[in-house]
Design a protein around this ligand. Structure first.
Ligand SMILES: Cc1cc2nc3c(=O)[nH]c(=O)nc-3n(C[C@H](O)[C@H](O)[C@H](O)COP(=O)(O)OP(=O)(O)OC[C@H]3O[C@@H](n4cnc5c(N)ncnc54)[C@H](O)[C@@H]3O)c2cc1C
Length: 422
């Protein structure tokens, strides 16, 4: 490997975007990726269920404002066809109950927005979320563990408001991992190349690992914050306290996914793309949500988020499959066991994956400024962090990661930022 202008650590969305930006600018770039595949937390597996299944990122959110929308060929607007079945103690909620549920959702967001101006600097979402109403715990369950992969008490109120996502929400027929793998195909990526040490004492940077030693003018590190917090990369000199704190203040929650294939013809009275969920009594109940038969395929997609996902993570795919079976039994009784193959699940394992250590980031209460702090260049611009955790608005998404990597690369390649000459 000859020394490139730019070294990118990680071939997820941020790393791929950074490398493509460097190439577009005519600069030499090298990507070092610990895993044997690109995409990071966007990974499409096609073998187990006989169809593409995204084990990580599922939707392109906020499609009109998403840099990946124009790059995706096979996008489908899920919102246009999505229907919901919400169970209350085993029976489907009626139209009036669903209207109350929608109203509780709107009230949740109104209340949080109104609290923004006067809330304490370290306010958590939970401090201002409505409580006690018939649907309040269910809304909290969705907004916390399901959508943000963490409880409302763990998340900063202002960061939560700043990173709210809108539709349209697109599903990709070939998966988001498939999209990213295609976008990485022509890039100079070295796989199986974990960076263990990164020296940025100047004038450039030097990365070391099982691949040897590679120098460059500048580096962009896109490893997830939980991987950085675990000390997977030793920085020399050590990172400034402000950067270390930012890493610590942006932990990853956990969202686990499972794919369950139909055993026969029974489709459980659910239309393709329909959502299945249940009302909960407490935000932290281990309730699962499901998307039925995407693209008319013969599998259900299940989600379990937050502390319940961490608790089950050590039991692997079988534990999640058992839990999914129990959840579906609430809705369908014995019919669920006959309709689905629980013995051959496809399940994610992001919590135990050493190159992820979780799903996506949230800011701890009082630490909304951590995203900007992490994105701040170091060493006169020769060391930068990028990735979903660095984006002030699209954090926790593929879009945020992509945009963050793109911006970091353009900034890193500005001559005034790179303080040495070839
Ligand atoms: C279950 C789940 C569901 C999700 N749903 C959605 C969704 O619907 N929509 C959405 O937009 N987003 C979703 N996300 C979030 C989205 O996947 C991430 O925000 C995004 O993919 C992060 O990209 P990244 O480049 O910042 O990080 P990553 O994708 O994690 O990329 C970082 C890369 O760095 C590599 N790496 C780590 N350490 C080292 C090292 N020491 N040396 C070399 N390489 C290293 C990793 O292997 C990885 O490939 C979901 C995530 C999960 C897990």
């Amino acid at each position: 490997m000859s020394d490139p202008d730019l070294l990118v650590i990680g071939a997820g969305a941020a790393g791929i975007a950074a490398a493509r930006a460097a190439r577009a600018a005519g600069r030499a770039v090298r990507v070092l990726e610990a895993r044997g595949r690109p995409g990071g937390r966007a990974w499409t597996e096609s073998a187990t269920l006989g169809a593409p299944f995204d084990l990580g990122a599922t939707w392109l959110h906020q499609a009109g404002d998403n840099p990946l929308t124009p790059l995706a060929r096979d996008a489908f607007d899920h919102d246009a066809v999505r229907s919901h079945r919400c169970l209350i103690g085993g029976r489907p909620a009626g139209a009036a109950e669903m209207a109350e549920y929608d109203a509780a959702y709107a009230a949740f967001h109104d209340r949080l927005r109104a609290a923004r101006a006067t809330a304490a600097p370290d306010a958590a979402v939970a401090d201002h979320a409505p409580r006690g109403g018939f649907w309040d715990a269910t809304v909290a369950h969705w907004e916390g563990p399901v959508i943000c992969a963490a409880p409302l008490a763990a998340m900063d109120l202002r960061d939560f408001l700043d990173t709210q996502l809108a539709g349209p929400n697109l599903l990709l027929r070939d998966g988001i991992g498939g999209l990213l793998a295609g976008l990485a195909a022509e890039l100079p990526v070295t796989y199986g190349a974990p960076v263990e040490r990164l020296s940025w004492s100047g004038p450039g940077v030097v990365a070391e690992g099982p691949f040897g030693r590679i120098a460059a003018r500048a580096a962009i590190v896109t490893a997830p914050t939980a991987v950085l917090a675990a000390g997977a990369i030793r920085f020399d000199p050590p990172l400034p306290a402000e950067t270390e704190e930012a890493i610590h203040d942006l932990p990853l929650g956990l969202l686990s996914k499972i794919g369950l294939r139909a055993a026969g013809e029974d489709r459980l009275d659910l239309a393709p793309f329909a959502g299945l969920e249940r009302r909960v009594e407490a935000e932290d109940e281990a309730a699962m949500t499901f998307i039925a038969w995407p693209f008319g395929r013969d599998h259900l997609m299940g989600f379990l988020g937050g502390e319940a996902a961490w608790a089950l993570a050590r039991e692997g795919a079988a534990g999640l499959a058992d839990h999914a079976r129990a959840e579906l039994r609430r809705a369908y009784g014995g019919r669920a066991a006959a309709a689905l193959r629980f013995d051959r699940p496809l399940a994610s394992d992001w919590g135990r994956d050493p190159w992820a250590r979780g799903a996506y980031s949230h800011a701890r209460p009082g630490r909304a400024a951590a995203r900007a702090a992490l994105a701040r260049p170091l060493g006169g611009g020769r060391l930068r962090f990028a990735g979903e955790a660095c984006h002030p608005r699209l954090a926790a998404t593929v879009a945020g990661a992509w945009e963050s990597g793109h911006i970091a690369a353009w900034a890193a390649l500005q001559p005034e930022d790179v303080r040495f000459k070839p």
